[in-house]
Design a protein around this ligand. Structure first.
Ligand code: FAD
Length: 390
């Protein structure tokens, strides 16, 4: 398992050389490129766009896609380990990679025509084009089927009108996968809206106290004329965007497990070095209880994610499994960050350490891609057969 992580169940033995290689490449990238700059980016509230070509050069964008489209044909465990390491750096970096790969490249790959794939995917893998994913609206968050953005067919093109909210990468994106309702049939369709199309803008959302090293924007679509050749022909209905979210949530679960591990490792080290009452604080039973609980839950999370990754490779991973993973790992990430912060005492609030930044980031990650409650409802329905959503 990843550097600094407990490997209590000896899972490292089960990883292939490729999987370990991807993990260590992501780890070195974080140590060399992310850790030295990320707390300043966070304080300044800026996403480090200079890193995009470097992230792309490492092959982190859309790595599970076929080589023909710029991917690396990676398996899902290798992909998960990569995100584990990137989120140990910062959730903003992992979010950039998740949105580009799972929420923008994936829908083009899954629902696009061959011409669309060749047109956009290789450039996105190289970081030459940045993408975003526009599903959420001001009045449609947990209930995306309630969206009011419409697409009206006008000859060979569509006129799209609506507003999307909370869009990661929005203001730096060259293209946006936008979900809109066909105004005649009510069916949800997917479109690639390109920067510069008249009527399309992406104003930045200011004042975030979480995920500060990430761009979050609105998408404003005011009668944007989008050619039919930019419609994803195979995407029909809510299952289109939900399938993309399922891809992204799998990666988020791996990522937040990495964040939890980074917090645990930071707290363990600090507690062994910090002396109070003439003893390292790690010697106090109350501190040990905190560390033991994190160590146990991180170890259980590793088993879950490795097993789910192997199931995904066999195509037996269902969306309910992904809900459990997102729910479990996000709760763990949030708790680990807060517990680590408490173990670090006053030092824990400083940007020199990671746990406070991770804690603030987790407030967003806990909510996006299906809130914690939404995943509880999905699993509640699975277990009881009764729908608690309505
Ligand atoms: C930083 C950030 C980045 C994001 N990036 C993107 C992006 O790139 N693309 C995108 O499309 N969206 C993005 N989102 C949006 C995100 O997915 C939504 O915020 C999320 O789905 C929740 O929607 P909402 O904020 O409207 O909350 P609401 O849906 O209004 O929920 C508010 C509260 O009510 C609860 N609730 C809602 N329905 C029920 C129910 N049936 N039963 C019980 N409780 C319920 C929720 O769990 C939550 O606690 C992002 C959000 C953030 C904060």
């Amino acid at each position: 398992m990843p550097v600094g992580a407990p490997d209590f169940f000896e899972l490292d033995n089960q990883l292939s050389a490729v999987e370990k290689g991807v993990r260590s490449a992501a780890r070195s990238f974080v140590e060399k490129e992310v850790n030295p700059i990320i707390s300043d980016c966070y304080i300044e509230g800026k996403f480090p766009t200079d890193l995009i070509p470097k992230i792309a050069a490492k092959g982190f964008l859309g790595p599970t896609l076929p080589k023909k489209y710029g991917g690396m044909d990676l398996n899902h465990v290798a992909y998960g380990l990569m995100l584990h390491e990137l989120e140990a750096g910062d959730s903003g970096i992992r979010s950039f990679v998740s949105v580009q790969g799972a929420l923008c490249m994936y829908p083009i790959y899954r629902y696009g025509s061959e011409e669309q794939k060749m047109r956009w995917l290789p450039k996105m893998a190289k970081g030459e084009l940045v993408g975003c994913f526009g599903l959420t609206e001001p009045n449609a968050g947990s209930d995306p089927g309630g969206m009011s953005t419409t697409a009206t067919k006008k000859g060979d093109s569509w006129e799209i009108t609506g507003r999307k909210m909370w869009i990661t990468n929005g203001s730096i994106a060259d293209l946006a996968v936008v979900w809109a309702k066909d105004s005649s049939s009510g069916e949800i369709l997917g479109f690639v809206v390109e920067k510069g199309m008249p009527g399309f803008s992406a104003p930045e959302i200011e004042g975030k106290l979480s995920l500060r090293a990430s761009r979050t924007s609105e998408l404003v679509l005011d009668k944007v004329n989008v050619p039919d050749s930019n419609r994803l022909p195979e995407a029909k209905g809510l299952s289109g965007p939900l399938s993309c979210l399922n891809q992204a949530r799998f990666g988020i679960a791996w990522g937040t497990l990495g964040l939890a591990t980074d917090c645990y490792a930071e707290a363990l080290k600090y507690s062994q070095e910090r002396v109070q009452f003439n003893k390292p604080i790690a010697q106090f039973q109350l501190t040990q209880k905190k560390l033991v609980e994190l160590h146990t839950d991180i170890s259980l999370g590793q088993i879950m994610m490795l097993q789910f990754g192997r199931m995904k490779e066999k195509d037996s991973l269902r969306h309910q499994h992904v809900s459990m993973a997102k729910m479990f790992c996000c709760e763990l990430g949030l708790r680990a960050a807060r517990v680590a912060r408490s173990i670090l005492g006053g030092s824990g609030i400083l940007a020199d350490f990671h746990c406070m930044r991770h804690s603030q980031n987790m407030e967003s990650v806990f909510t996006y891609e299906g809130t914690h409650e939404v995943h509880e409802l999905i699993l509640g329905r699975e277990i009881t057969g009764l729908d608690g959503f309505y």
